[in-house]
Each structure stands twice: as C-alpha cells, then as structure tokens.
Design a protein around this ligand. Structure first.
Ligand code: GLU
Length: 307
C-alpha cells in the first residue's frame, strides 16, 4: 500500500509530551507501513509563531532519530496557494461572507451564537450572513456547511459521524484579518504533499469532519485517519505548546521519553527495553506497532516530564 504520512506542528512553543506523541505516532505508523514521513511547519498565524520554535522542534525530532523525507514545508510561504483555493471555492459558490463582528455575535442569544474557545470558530447565525457577493476585505470567509452528519473512518476508532452544521456551522477559512485558517491550509497542504495518512491527536477529531467537507468542496482526494489518545495534564487540560505544558526535556533521557510515549500509546514495551539505546527502542517499536493498543479517544494523563 502506498503510504505518505506527516507531522505538522505549529511552532508556537517547544515540543511537549502531547506533540511528541503525535510525532512518534505518525512516524511509527509511516515507517511500520514502509511509508514516507514528511514534516510541515504550520506557521500560519504570525502572532502565535514563536521565533526559533520551528528550528527547536526540528532539532528535537532529529535528536530522537526521527528522519523526515523531503524538504520541510512552511505554511508561511504558501499564502498564494491558499488564496487560489479560496478563489476556487468562491467560483463554485461554496463560500459565505460573514458580516458579523465578534462583538455582535457575542450579543446574540446563546442558541444562535456561541464562541467555541478558539476565537475563530463561531456559530454563524443566519442574521449575520451576507448573500453571495463581493468578498470585501475585512470580512471573514466561511465554508457553507450542508445540513447533516459527515461520515469518515478512523483506523482505530472505527466509523465516525459528526454533524458539522449542528456543532460548528459555517466555519472560517479566511479570517477577518486576512489570515488563512488552519482548516483550509491543512487540507490544501495535505493534498499538495500527497499525504495518504493523517495521524494526530484526538483533539483534532472534530476538525477532521470539517476537513473531509473541505476536501470534497475542493475536489481533493480523501485520506485515511488515525487519531491518537490525547495527553492531558493533571487538571485534565490538553497540553499545549503555547500554554504552560512542560517541554520534553532530557530528564530520563530521550530513550526514557520515547519509552514513555510507547507506554502512553498502549504499545506495552517490555520493561527491559527502558534501558536500551534509542535505535534499539525504535526497532522494537516499528516491529510491534499496533493501533489496537490505543483503546479509544479518552484523554490520558501525560507522565511527568520536566525541562
Ligand atoms: N498544527 C496542528 C497542531 O500543532 C496540527 C495539525 C494536524 O496535524 O493536522 O496542533
């Protein structure tokens, strides 16, 4: 089977345990399928990009012995490609322009408008929709989402069905400030890089439904999905690079960290492997990689990692 996977970190901070899980999971899945593994830096949003973070993440991957295939793609160099995708969607009437300000949305009753927390995905009440027309600068562009559930398969979780219209509504592809949204860039780039398999955290499961819709709207090939258990801190919160999640550090050594990721992913590495070298651990992990170990999407506490 042809296989091309990827790891697509946002360079908003250093590699923490959760992003290491995504890196290791996507890498092992690719190598266990004798596939390629690409790295893409998702630096779409300049205010959230931390100078030096991309280089630091790449250096960490190398230190662990994760070698990527081909050049590293940087989303910040691809705005013209995203603009072209917006053009195509506009021509095929898939877009809606939102004339609402965030403040106006916030004033609407709860059942019509509800910020989802990211600040960029808001319920989209009909009152605020402009009909088709020129996309004035300064207006967010959203994908028109059809009613009903979007179905896709996850290799570990099985068939999934998510009603994007009911849970998110028409979602943003280009923000009011002119920046392109993650959902658009990720779909365009996965297709441009010929990605066949997306392996990433369960926090992105609901995004997958949006991305399946976008692939269809853009006429792009479908990809296979595998969502990994989500690493949370001791308060149950997702670890985030921009938050206070401790970076993956040297305590326990890189081999110790890799061993912890394998345990976290339910790979049941034998205890004796803990004392082995990184290459030995990789060999074992590639040979024994099994997605049955994940046991669902439930969040799990990350082991203590400290810088
Ligand atoms: N850039 C996203 C992140 O760092 C991941 C995107 C993806 O894997 O699709 O959370």
């Amino acid at each position: 089977m042809s296989y091309r996977g990827r790891f697509a970190p946002s360079p908003s901070g250093c590699l923490h345990f959760g992003s290491l899980v995504a890196a290791v999971g996507s890498y092992l899945d690719a190598r266990a399928h004798a596939g390629q593994w690409l790295v893409r830096i998702e630096d779409l949003d300049p205010p959230r990009t931390r100078p030096g973070a991309a280089g630091q993440i790449l250096a960490e991957l190398e230190a662990y012995g994760m070698q990527w295939d081909g050049p590293v793609l940087q989303q910040s160099s691809r705005f013209d490609v995203y603009a072209e995708a917006i053009e195509r969607l506009t021509r095929s009437h898939f877009l809606r322009e939102c004339t609402c300000t965030r403040a106006a949305l916030a004033r609407l009753p709860e059942n019509q408008s509800r910020p989802t927390g990211t600040g960029e995905e808001l319920f989209h009440p009909a009152a605020c929709l402009a009909v088709d027309g020129a996309h004035a600068p300064g207006q967010a562009l959203r994908l028109r989402v059809p009613a009903g559930a979007i179905a896709f398969d996850d290799r570990s979780l099985g068939p999934q069905s998510i009603d994007v219209a009911a849970t998110v509504g028409d979602f943003v592809l280009r923000r009011r400030d002119g920046l392109y949204a993650y959902q658009l860039a990720v779909v365009v780039d996965d297709a441009a890089q010929g990605i066949t398999d997306v392996v990433r955290g369960c926090d992105l499961l609901s995004s997958t439904a949006r991305q399946v819709l976008l692939q269809r709207a853009l006429g792009l090939p479908p990809v296979r999905y595998l969502h990994l258990p989500l690493a949370v801190d001791d308060r149950g919160l997702k670890l985030s690079k921009s938050g206070a999640a401790p970076a993956v550090g040297r305590r326990g050594g890189l081999a110790g960290q890799l061993f912890a990721v394998l345990e976290f992913l339910g790979q049941a590495p034998p205890a004796a492997l803990r004392r082995e070298s990184l290459p030995m651990i990789w060999d074992w992990a590639r040979e024994h990689w099994r997605v049955e170990g994940f046991a669902g999407c439930a969040a799990r506490a990350a082991p203590q990692v400290a810088c």
